[in-house]
Ligand binder design. Structure first.
Ligand SMILES: C[S@@+](CC[C@H](N)C(=O)[O-])C[C@H]1O[C@@H](n2cnc3c(N)ncnc32)[C@H](O)[C@@H]1O
Length: 253
């Protein structure tokens, strides 16, 4: 795979089973909305990427990359010798991601338009980011495919929403149920443990609650053959601090 290529397989998206929000005008509106909301989640993007513990020169996958809001953090982590491959099912959102790549002049970032469960990937990756990627995180077929491209010891980080107990749950859970029905018609609804598909695939899976427990950040490691390490997840207390975050408006590399 050569770095810096334009969007692969960019088409209309017709014929692909795609969530309604990822198509046409709806997707364009959501892209603008995500941009405006991003300052609120930037700290968590930085933390998710920090949890990948990427070394300079590493290859990392950002699956369900949307408009590429995590790219600045990933590019920063892997450096010019590394590679970032974004995958998204939506041609509209992937085109925005590709425009971001062009704006920054990143030569080591590639955007692939494809469902996660059949994304054309080559070689092994040392990191996988699933940021606000519930559809992918809860799809065994997508996880099977992606984990087939992760090196032993690769790290995986995911961030998303989850159901919470009362009293907060009395307000939050019905909203999540509504969002699940409307936005995620092809996925299991958002529940208390959306990361459960990672539990048998990763070791040292740690889950941190955020925003009063309504959001979570989970990360762990692909087991190395023959190495010890326990499956299952460990709940950690809500963290107060996080690494500094490079903004998308910093000077282009
Ligand atoms: C909530 S957005 C998050 C985008 C991005 N990760 C971010 O943090 O801004 C979810 C993304 O998942 C993508 N998506 C949904 N189902 C997918 C699938 N099966 N394969 C790949 N991408 C998918 C959508 O097109 C959308 O861009």
């Amino acid at each position: 795979m050569s770095a810096g290529r334009a969007v692969d397989r960019l088409g209309s998206g017709d014929g692909v089973r795609m969530p309604p929000y990822a198509r046409g005008l709806y997707a364009r509106f959501l892209a603008r909305f995500a941009e405006r909301m991003d300052p609120r989640v930037r700290r968590l993007r930085a933390e998710a990427v920090a949890r990948l513990a990427l070394a300079p020169g590493a290859r990392v996958l950002d699956v369900a990359c949307g408009t590429g809001l995590s790219f600045p953090f990933l590019v920063d982590a892997v450096g010019p010798a590394g590679e970032v491959v974004g995958v998204d099912i939506s041609p509209v959102l992937a085109a925005e991601a590709q425009a971001r790549v062009a704006r920054h002049g990143w030569r080591n970032v590639r955007v692939v338009v494809s469902p996660a469960d059949s994304a054309p990937l080559e070689g092994a990756f040392e990191g996988l980011l699933l940021f606000a990627a519930h559809e992918v995180l809860t799809s065994p077929a997508a996880l099977d495919h992606l984990f087939g491209h992760l090196a032993p010891g690769a790290r995986v980080a995911t961030f998303g929403a989850r159901r919470v107990p009362p009293p907060l749950g009395l307000v939050v859970n019905p909203l999540l149920a509504l969002a699940s029905r409307r936005m995620l018609p092809f996925s299991p609804p958002i529940d208390e443990r959306p990361w459960r598909g990672l539990e048998a695939r990763l070791v040292r899976l740690a889950v941190t609650p955020h925003w009063g427990g309504t959001m979570y950040l989970a990360s762990g490691e692909v087991p190395r053959p023959g190495a010890a390490g326990s499956h299952g997840s460990q709940d950690l207390p809500e963290a107060g601090s996080a690494p500094a975050a490079p903004g998308d408006d910093r000077p282009a590399r």
